[in-house]
Design a protein around this ligand. Structure first.
Ligand SMILES: *Cc1c(COP(=O)(O)O)cnc(C)c1O
Length: 218
């Protein structure tokens, strides 16, 4: 089942869009099944779970962290994650930069833009991201790789289009404004229910869980 799901999604995904298989809450066997079907990039949203899986599963897996990250949990995430997709505060950014400095590592991150309607959703506003990127050089151990966003949780396609359009437009604006931030080129938008819309709005990376692994049991 996992293999069929992966193959179907990959056949529909435009080339050049990276597929991150979101394996949170799913057991290692499910990840191994996807891995054996050729998938090597996985996303997790809980620090302890990421650390446990990263240590035990094949070492050539590329792990992305997608969840809320508390600064006291960095040591469970940063040794393993190739990309932290969910940086949502300056406090966290500074802590990651410090960790990188202490561990002689440069950490690749995406800045999470708040685009959905939900009040509770994490993420920066546009002005905050501008402010960070104007000071990008202050963060010596951070590599700014782009933006991540989640559309409103709705069946209304127009709203989803509008959300993704907004982040795509902002991304283009940033790329133009900050040509010196070399690696700033990734736009992580699109999940199980809305990725076909996201790829119409410049997605370079989709994060798909349920459509690959089935429903999560919390
Ligand atoms: C869980 C999660 C996903 C995957 O969601 P699905 O709807 O299962 O595809 C993608 N992005 C983030 C940030 C998540 O937390």
């Amino acid at each position: 089942m996992i293999e069929e799901n992966l193959n179907r999604i990959k056949s529909e995904l435009p080339s050049g869009v990276k597929l991150v298989a979101v394996s949170k809450f799913h057991p290692m066997e499910a990840i191994l099944e996807a891995y054996q079907a050729g998938q090597t990039v996985f996303g997790e949203n809980r620090p302890q779970e990421l650390a446990t899986k990263a240590v035990q599963l094949p070492q050539d897996i590329e792990w992305h962290f997608l969840g809320h990250l508390q600064t006291n949990k960095l040591k469970m995430v940063l040794p393993y994650a190739t990309l932290v997709q969910s940086v949502d505060s300056v406090h966290l950014l500074q802590a990651i930069d410090n960790w990188g400095s202490n561990n002689d590592k440069v950490i690749s991150v995406l800045l999470e833009l708040h685009i959905g309607a939900e009040e509770t959703k994490q993420g920066f506003h546009e002005e905050e991201i501008l402010d960070i990127l104007f000071h990008a050089e202050d963060y010596k151990n951070i590599r700014f790789c782009g933006l991540m966003g989640m559309a409103s949780h709705t069946d209304d396609l127009e709203v989803i289009h509008a959300d993704f359009e907004r982040i795509d437009t902002f991304m283009a604006y940033l790329v133009d404004l900050f040509p010196d931030i070399e690696d700033f080129n990734q736009l992580s938008i699109g999940m199980s229910d809305d990725w076909p819309v996201a790829v119409q709005h410049g997605s370079t990376m989709v994060r798909i869980g349920t459509a690959i692994f089935g429903a999560r049991e919390y």
